[in-house]
Design a protein around this ligand. Structure first.
Ligand SMILES: [Zn+2]
Ligand SMILES: [Zn+2]
Length: 214
């Protein structure tokens, strides 16, 4: 233990229970075995288990799902007996043609730009942690925080389709059928959210803790 370094819970062998937040001292364990919270019995970890492997797997899955999310029709509006399936981008074009610029921008930003930015941010975080990078840990932590918060707001599309479907069903002027693209899109959002959750931001700072292990 280097006295020049700040005290961290991991250094002091202290782990906080994920469930009840009780702080416990970690005793040395046989490999493969688990410590349990003395109060509620939940598994104790100094870091999220297999954080990098899980976050990588989920991030790659989200990249793959992003393709059908953008190429498959997200919905079909059937009016007066005929209708064409719309992908996210053709939907944006329809909105622009209808003069609905702000809505077009919102849809384009929320469903095309933001998911890619989130995946790129996660990829950067994963690569930098894997390479034990010591580059701007504070900014990388902020990037992680933004990625996690944005996750809750990127379901806008799915909400919009559900509202549209509800409105149309009520008005009975046309029918809207959600397409397979909507499902793929929802999957992208959920899988990305899980990827962000499985990433342990403390790993960013761990690289600075052990200056010799590079
Ligand atoms: Zn507990
Ligand atoms: Zn475990």
């Amino acid at each position: 233990m280097n006295p020049a370094l700040p005290v961290t819970a991991a250094r002091a062998a202290l782990a906080r229970c994920h469930a009840c937040h009780l702080l416990s001292r970690m005793k040395p364990l046989a490999p493969g075995s688990h410590a349990h919270c003395p109060r509620c019995g939940a598994a104790l970890h100094l870091r999220k288990p297999d954080s990098l492997a899980r976050a990588w797997a989920l991030t790659l899955a989200a990249y793959i799902l992003y393709i059908p999310a953008n190429t498959l029709p997200i919905m079909t509006v059937v009016s007066m007996g005929h209708g064409e399936p719309d992908t996210i981008l053709s939907g944006v074009r329809v909105l622009i043609a209808g003069g609905l610029w702000p809505l077009a921008l919102l849809v384009f930003f929320a469903s095309v730009v933001v998911p890619v930015l989130k995946l790129l941010a996660l990829t950067c975080l994963l690569i930098s942690v894997q390479r034990k990078s010591r580059w701007r840990p504070r900014d990388r932590t902020v990037l992680y925080r933004i990625t996690e918060v944005v996750g809750r707001w990127s379901m806008i599309d799915v909400f919009m389709i559900s509202i549209l479907v509800a409105l149309v069903k009520l008005g009975a002027i046309a029918t809207i059928e959600p397409g397979a693209g909507a499902l793929a899109f929802a999957a992208v959002v959920v899988v990305t959210m899980f990827a962000a959750m499985s990433f342990d931001p403390r790993l960013i700072w761990d690289a600075l803790e052990n200056p010799d292990e590079r």
